[in-house]
Design a protein around this ligand. Structure first.
Ligand code: PLP
Length: 400
């Protein structure tokens, strides 16, 4: 029998994708599932993006794109970085790829040698560690305790850095906790990084526009310009503009790094769809009011779910500053048994029993590297959230 590559042994199927699939399977058997597991905006893509894509296709913009992004999109990205982040990136410092995920994958492949360490404040987006392992690197999680609002403490970061450290990954607002960093906290992180000149810093700013209650987003290259030459600033259209299916991510960084990433990008893709890139120009250069409008809706949903969770015995939940996730603790429920006889020893037991018995899909904290918690995505309608919360409350009150 021909065999698969050894490198696949270290790569898992994402738990959130697995849970979303489980919810779909149940739904296909006509079971009424409330899916709170998917990290995908429920809003439509803005019409002007679709119109721009349509116009590009009709105009014959259907040939191979430049490997690192069209000049029009790179110019729009440069304007976006200046407008939103006060960062100056010229076209040669910008790369476009098929989603933030592909940008990060290519960046890690372009830089990590076997055994290189990547410091990942955790809990963290599931794919970071898998991508690092895929490249032969070693993910080094640094626990961001709920006691500190799931934020990264400078001293914990300092303790995690070794001579093998190649990258620090930052993701605030964070998936799965929603935690974001204030300017002061980011400055403290930057202070540590100034002492480690051989470490790259990747900041995944995918949830930049999803911050609430006047919280001000900041990004490390802007907070500490002395780090500018070592920072890869990653962003994309998926979360901000509800364009998950278009597959559009981009980054700005030092020329040498971008050129290395571009090399990998040119081998694992033939560039990003021209149609997608035309749509991305339209959203980046178009009216930005929808970002605030949608953030206001997300904030209402966050507060609604938080309020519901506060009324459930055994759950406690930190109020996050951003993204569209909540990360409640189930510490108060460990050791109990569900109505159908499932013993809850872990957060995985909890989410599995919850989907089986109440048909609510969520994701276990273990998948993000922190237990005993579970992730709720509130990127769905108020009706679904109300129904989901009622079912979670019922499930918890049935636990004996
Ligand atoms: N980064 C984080 C923190 C995410 O949560 C996600 C998607 O869930 C991504 C990156 C991937 O985004 P994209 O759709 O641009 O690949």
């Amino acid at each position: 029998m021909p065999t698969l590559a050894d490198r696949l042994k270290n790569v898992s199927v994402s738990a959130s994708a697995a849970m979303t699939q489980r919810a779909r399977d149940l739904a296909s058997r006509d079971i009424d599932v409330v899916s709170l597991s998917s990290g995908e905006p429920d809003f439509p893509t803005p019409p002007h993006a679709i119109e721009a894509a349509h116009a590009a296709a009709l105009a014959g913009d259907t040939k191979y794109p430049p490997l690192d992004g069209t000049p029009a999109l790179k110019a729009a990205i440069a304007r976006k970085f200046k407008r939103d982040n006060n960062l100056d990136y010229e076209p040669g410092q910008i790369l476009v790829s098929g989603g933030g995920k592909q940008v990060i994958f290519n960046a890690v492949l372009a830089t990590c040698n076997p055994g290189d360490e990547v410091v990942i404040p955790s809990p963290a987006w599931i794919s970071y560690a898998d991508i690092v392992r895929f490249a032969g690197g070693v993910p080094v999680p640094v626990a961001c305790s709920h006691v500190n609002g799931f934020r990264l403490k400078a001293e914990d970061l300092e303790a995690a850095i070794t001579p093998r450290t190649k990258w620090l990954f930052l993701n605030f607002p964070n998936n799965p906790t929603g935690a974001a960093c204030s300017r002061e906290e980011m400055a403290a992180i930057a202070e540590v990084m100034l002492r480690h000149p051989d470490v790259w810093i990747m900041t995944d700013d995918m949830y930049e526009h999803l911050v609430y209650d006047d919280f001000e987003f900041c990004t490390i290259a802007e907070v500490e310009p002395r780090l500018y030459d070592r920072v890869l600033t990653v962003n994309g259209a998926s979360k901000a503009y509800a364009m998950t299916g278009w597959r559009l991510g981009f980054c700005g960084g030092p020329k040498a790094l971008i050129s290395g990433i571009s090399n990998v990008n040119g081998q694992n893709s033939g560039g990003t769809s021209t149609i997608t890139q035309a749509a991305a120009v339209a959203v980046l250069d178009g009216p930005q009011d929808l970002l605030k409008e949608r953030a206001a809706i997300y904030r209402k949903r966050r507060d609604f779910v938080l309020d519901k969770l506060a009324g459930i015995d055994g759950l406690t939940c930190h109020k996050p500053e951003g993204a569209f996730y909540l990360f409640p603790s189930i510490a108060g429920l460990i050791g109990r048994t569900s109505k159908s006889g499932h013993r809850i020893e872990t957060d995985t037991d909890f989410v599995m029993a919850l989907i089986d018995e109440q048909h609510v899909a969520t994701v276990q904290g273990a998948a993000y590297g922190m237990s005993p918690f579970f992730r709720i995505s509130y990127a769905t309608s108020m009706e679904k959230l109300a129904e989901g919360c009622d079912r979670i409350a019922q499930f918890c009150s049935d636990l004996k």
